[in-house]
Design a protein around this ligand. Structure first.
Ligand code: IPD
Ligand code: CA
Length: 270
């Protein structure tokens, strides 16, 4: 795939995230229209999740008919050129009319994340990155914080029922004992984008799915973050742990998660 082909997909991803964000917004705060249901324990889905994913699936099939598509709600299958989409990340927030949610559009080529775009309509923010071309928020370049001391760090640790409560509490305790303040805002995708722009200093989660992180990994790396090797094993079907952090904090946070420091990927972004 040429640079021009990737550029076309980047431009499309930005337009799609904006369009999808507007559609999701038309459901936000309208609890009746939202029609919230439960997929499982603490696992929400709304009508907006389905409708937004259908829109993205349709638009991508029209524009790039040979590319693959995987979405949180409708699934999909592997493809060398794969769009990975989370129609609403932070669905539990969305369903409760809390504004911390985003539409996530990622593009992964042969296991390499190339494009990541997140729309957060409630703040009118659009985060966008292409591998090797930097990361921006509303067109302005973004960068991770320079926080190097855990005693001044803010670390978000994501939670889901997919891992034991004791493991989550153990990780929170360990990171707090290192001196960081720990938070949880319930959107993994935004946790990574907020690390990328320096609003928090790291995002960690013991297990996360590909649709939550495909876009965020590109954003974070392009903004200078260190990330773990999420794209290993059967990442597409099974997910993996995620660690995204400022370069100075990544090693000790990897130790807390029992991840191999040697497998952390340093950003080539300057
Ligand atoms: C969830 C959110 C949450 C994270 C979970 C995800 P959803 O996705 O990103 O912050 O901790 O692992 O499943 O359900 O809001 O799309
Ligand atoms: Ca999600």
């Amino acid at each position: 795939m040429s640079g021009e082909d990737l550029h076309q997909r980047y431009v499309a991803a930005v337009a799609l995230a904006n369009e999808a964000g507007a559609l999701a917004s038309s459901y936000f705060r309208d609890r009746v229209r939202m029609g919230t249901k439960m997929k499982g324990f603490q696992d929400f889905v709304t009508e907006a999740d389905q409708v937004v994913e259908d829109l993205l699936r349709r638009r991508i099939a029209e524009a790039f008919p040979t590319d693959g598509f995987l979405g949180e709600e409708g699934g999909g299958s592997s493809n060398d050129n794969l769009w990975i989409v989370d129609p609403i990340d932070g669905t539990a927030n969305f369903a409760r009319c809390e504004p911390h949610w985003a539409v996530s559009v990622g593009f992964v080529r042969q296991g390499v994340p190339e494009i990541g775009v997140l729309a957060m309509p409630t703040l009118n923010e659009l985060f966008a990155a292409r591998r090797g071309h930097g990361a921006t928020c509303n067109g302005v370049p973004i960068r991770v914080s320079d926080v190097a001391d855990m005693q001044t760090a803010a670390v978000e640790i994501g939670w889901s029922p997919r891992r034991p409560t004791a493991s989550y509490i153990g990780l929170v305790a360990e990171v707090m004992d290192m001196g960081a303040t720990v938070k949880r805002s319930a959107s993994g995708a935004l946790g990574m984008a907020w690390t990328a722009c320096g609003r928090v200093d790291a995002y960690l989660e013991l297990h996360i799915n590909a649709w939550d992180v495909a876009a965020g990994i590109v954003l974070a790396r392009e903004a200078g973050a260190v990330v773990n090797d999420f794209f290993r094993g059967d990442w597409l079907a099974d997910g993996n742990p995620i660690l995204v952090a400022t370069p100075a904090l990544a090693g000790s946070l990897a130790d807390a998660m029992v991840l191999d420091r040697a497998l952390l990927l340093r950003s080539d972004a300057h």
